[in-house]
Structures are given as structure tokens and as C-alpha cells.
Design a binder for this molecule. Structure first.
Ligand code: C2O
Ligand code: CU
Length: 459
């Protein structure tokens, strides 16, 4: 158990003192948790907002006093947060100022294929591309990241990730904590070299000892003794977070694709790469001067320092957003995820990704059950499963129905070694080609990705 396990193909470079020295200098709770700035539209139209977002190299301070070169949306290690509203479109104009191709995928977004950031649909260096996001789905914590084929792992690792939050009337009517009391936190790990650089080594993916929250190691956040909403995202390539509080209670209110039907008290939130969970923490029971620590099996992640009191007119209703009843599925498919040691390849049903091949052709409007099995018991390799275009529901894992915290809308789900998950999706909406893949990006870029085509029913 614990964080990401060793995979059989991985080398062991972990004892090089030059590569690990920087991480050892981190002192817990020595730096404030930054909150990524909210991107401002350059133009507000009748029913759409226009944003501009250059992708460029930048520099950030991850470790105190050390400059780290990064790739970022707007040059930032954690991109600016885009706050969208259901029913109001977003036009995102992205200029590629890197020397090589990139693109943008709205992870969890219900988006037409031409705007989905398909791995083969990239922005050439120097070019500008406009993505149109319709924002037809319910309020949710989404994120955006690079998805350029074979580059996505390194690009995400170097900083091409940010939050995309959709709100709607039903969510706002609940009265959950908002404004400065609604804080997105991107969690991920990194290996920082002695020169401050981000060391990217896919063959040594478990050797990323520095855990970052919004780009800072073990930061503190000064909080008031009241209720907060936190949107937690695992933006790592390979680490699994198991998050707990050292005191107080984590209340989960949302999953990848929206709010749960009811808040649920949880002892732990597990996040594999790409997954999100929304939680409420009420610090009202904590005396001023208390530090509440959000911790992972790897150690402290964020320290919440209760520094004062504040009025709290937020609510945490007993009922949040209802889940619709599951329609009856008419198609079942089987997907086997496995590492092929002979080829050092990661496969789905024995095949690596081929952009010219369609692996699953689905009729628009059909409800399907996909059974996803992780065959990698020999090397004990974790995977997860991510589907583009549509949110799904987890039916069961090895026949066991999901705990309430996994029973909501999902687009990414953990598939531990030897286990089978069944997910159900209704493919209604857009036609065209999307991908589905393991969201350990080093696995997907080594082949563990396949293609979905949604087609209209022919007479
Ligand atoms: Cu978050 Cu296909 O990706
Ligand atoms: Cu995987």
C-alpha cells in the first residue's frame, strides 16, 4: 500500500545524492499555500466569454530561494483557474509559445471532439488555436492539461495543468462555502534536482519524493474557524494519494463530475492520477492556534493554521445534487490493462495505441457497461481508467458496490492490480473520435490508450 508502487520495468536511480539533495531541504509548513489566480476574460460576449492563454516556459520558486524552470499556461507552474458557468460558453484562445507541439484537453469536460484536445490534434509552435467549451454539464471540478501524444507526461510534469471549475444555479442555491472559502488544491509530486530543475525520468517514476500543493512543498494555509470547501486534484503522473486529517472530519461532497447526492463523512480520500474529490472541512470546532494537517501516507501535505474566527453564513445541506437512476445498458465491453515486459509497452486488450484504429465504436445515445480489468499482478502495477467525452458511474469493483465517495459522477477510476471495475456510461451528445486510457500518463504515452468513436445510428 502507500503511494505509487514500483513497476517491474522501472530502474532504480533513487540514491543519487545530487538528485535528492534539494528535496531534503524542505521544512514543513514553511511557505504559504498559493491559490492560483482566476483567469480574466479578455472579452465578455452575450453568451460566451473569451479567454487568452499562452503556453510558455517560465520560472517558479518551488523550493525557497531556488528558481525552477517550468512549462506553464501563462508561464505558471499551476495554470490560472478558469471559472465557467453552466450554459455560458467559453472560448479559450491558446497560443503555443513552446518550441514544440502542445494542446489542451479539458479533463472531464463534455466537449465536441474537435475541441477535446485529441492527442493527434496539436497546436504547432507559434500557432494559435481556439477551443470552444459549451459548458452544458452540471457544476463540477474539472481540470485542463496538455495531451500532445507522447509528450503529455513530460508536459504535465513540467507544469501544464490547471483548474477549470463549472458552477450552476443548483450548486449555488446550496450555499456551500464560496469565494475565499472555496479553495482548489492541485496535489502532485516532483523530483527536484540540486540545480532546482524538475527531473523527469519515466523509468524511475516512484522517485519523486517532493509532494507539492499548488506548487509548494508542505505549505500552510491560514484559515478562520469556520467551514471551507476544498477541491482536491491529483495532478501527479504516478503517485496515489491517500489523504486524511490528523484531527477534525473530512466531509466529501463531490467526485470528478459533480456534487454527491449527500455529504459523506470519510476517514480517507484516495486519489489516483487525474481524480478529484471535493471536501468540506469545518474548522469551527478547532481552537484558534490549532494546526489541522491534511496528510498522505507520504507525510504532511497541507497544514491548515486556524488563526482567527470569522462569521460563517455558508451551509452544508443534508441533500446536495441528486444522481439520476441508471438507465439499462444494452452493450457490454471488456478491457484488459496490462504491461508487456517483452516490449516494455503498456497495452489495452494486448494492443498499444494506434490513432488510425477505432477500438470501440459506440452508437450515440447508447448506454454501455465497460468491464476494466488490471492484469498486472505480477509486477503489482496500479492503473486507473479515464474516459473522454462523458461522465460515467462506477457500478462495482470486484463485485462490491462503490462506497458513497465513489458513487457519484466519475471520469477516472482506480483499477488496482488484479481487480475489475465495471463502469456504466450513456454516450449521448457528440459524434466523433475520442480517447480512453490509463491516466498514469507514463502508461498512456507508452501505449495504454485506445480510441472511441461515437457514431449516429444508421437506419
Ligand atoms: Cu486528463 Cu485523456 O486526460
Ligand atoms: Cu496505468
Amino acid at each position: 500500500a502507500g503511494a505509487a508502487r514500483h513497476s517491474g520495468h522501472h530502474g532504480h536511480g533513487g540514491t543519487d545524492p545530487v538528485r535528492t539533495v534539494a528535496a531534503a531541504t524542505v521544512e514543513p509548513f514553511g511557505v504559504a499555500l498559493p491559490v492560483p489566480p482566476v483567469l480574466r476574460p479578455v472579452y465578455v460576449g452575450g453568451d460566451a466569454d473569451l479567454y487568452q492563454l499562452p503556453v510558455r516556459a517560465g520560472t517558479t520558486e518551488i523550493l525557497p530561494g531556488v528558481a525552477t524552470p517550468v512549462l506553464g499556461f501563462d508561464g505558471r507552474f499551476v495554470g490560472p483557474t478558469i471559472r465557467a458557468r453552466r450554459g455560458r460558453a467559453v472560448a479559450l484562445q491558446v497560443t503555443n509559445q513552446l518550441g514544440h507541439p502542445t494542446n489542451v484537453h479539458l479533463h472531464g469536460g463534455f466537449v465536441p471532439p474537435a475541441h477535446d484536445g485529441h492527442p493527434m490534434d496539436v497546436i504547432a509552435p507559434g500557432a494559435t488555436r481556439s477551443y470552444a467549451y459549451p459548458n452544458l454539464q452540471q457544476a463540477a471540478t474539472l481540470w485542463y492539461h496538455d495531451h500532445a501524444h507522447h509528450m503529455e507526461a513530460e508536459h504535465i510534469y513540467r507544469g501544464l495543468h490547471g483548474f477549470y471549475l463549472i458552477s450552476d444555479d443548483a450548486e449555488q442555491a446550496l450555499g456551500l462555502p464560496s469565494g475565499q472559502y472555496d479553495v482548489p488544491i492541485l496535489l502532485r509530486d516532483a523530483l527536484i534536482g540540486a540545480d532546482g530543475s524538475l527531473v523527469f525520468d519515466p523509468a524511475d517514476a516512484d522517485n519523486r519524493p517532493t509532494v507539492l500543493a499548488n506548487g509548494k512543498p508542505q505549505p500552510y494555509l491560514r484559515v478562520a474557524a469556520r467551514r471551507y470547501r476544498f477541491r482536491l486534484l491529483n495532478g501527479s503522473l504516478h503517485r496515489i494519494f491517500r489523504l486524511r486529517l490528523d484531527r477534525g472530519q473530512l466531509i466529501q461532497i463531490g467526485t470528478d463530475g459533480g456534487l454527491l447526492p449527500a455529504p459523506v463523512a470519510v476517514s480517507e480520500v484516495k486519489l489516483t492520477p487525474g481524480e478529484r474529490a471535493e471536501v468540506v472541512i469545518d474548522f469551527a470546532g478547532q481552537p484558534v492556534g490549532t494546526r489541522v494537517v491534511l496528510e498522505d501516507t507520504s507525510g504532511p501535505v497541507v497544514g491548515f493554521d486556524v488563526v482567527g474566527t470569522a462569521t460563517d453564513d455558508s451551509r452544508l445541506p443534508d441533500r446536495l445534487i441528486p444522481l439520476p437512476a441508471l438507465p439499462t445498458a444494452t452493450v457490454t465491453r471488456d478491457l484488459a490493462l496490462s504491461f508487456d515486459p517483452a516490449k516494455v509497452a503498456f497495452t489495452i486488450n494486448g494492443q498499444t495505441y494506434d490513432a488510425t484504429r477505432v477500438d470501440a465504436r459506440v452508437v450515440n445515445g447508447t448506454t454501455e457497461i465497460w468491464r476494466v480489468t488490471n492484469l498486472d499482478t505480477r509486477f503489482n502495477i496500479d492503473h486507473d481508467f479515464h474516459l473522454h467525452m462523458i461522465q460515467f458511474r462506477l457500478l462495482d469493483r470486484d463485485g462490491v458496490p462503490p462506497a458513497p465517495g465513489e458513487a457519484g459522477w466519475k471520469d477516472t477510476v482506480h483499477v488496482p492490480p488484479g481487480s475489475t471495475v465495471r463502469v456504466q456510461a450513456t454516450f449521448s451528445g457528440f459524434t466523433g473520435r475520442y480517447v480512453y486510457h490509463c491516466h498514469f500518463p507514463e502508461h498512456s504515452s507508452f501505449g495504454m490508450m485506445a480510441q472511441l468513436e461515437v457514431v449516429n445510428r444508421t437506419a
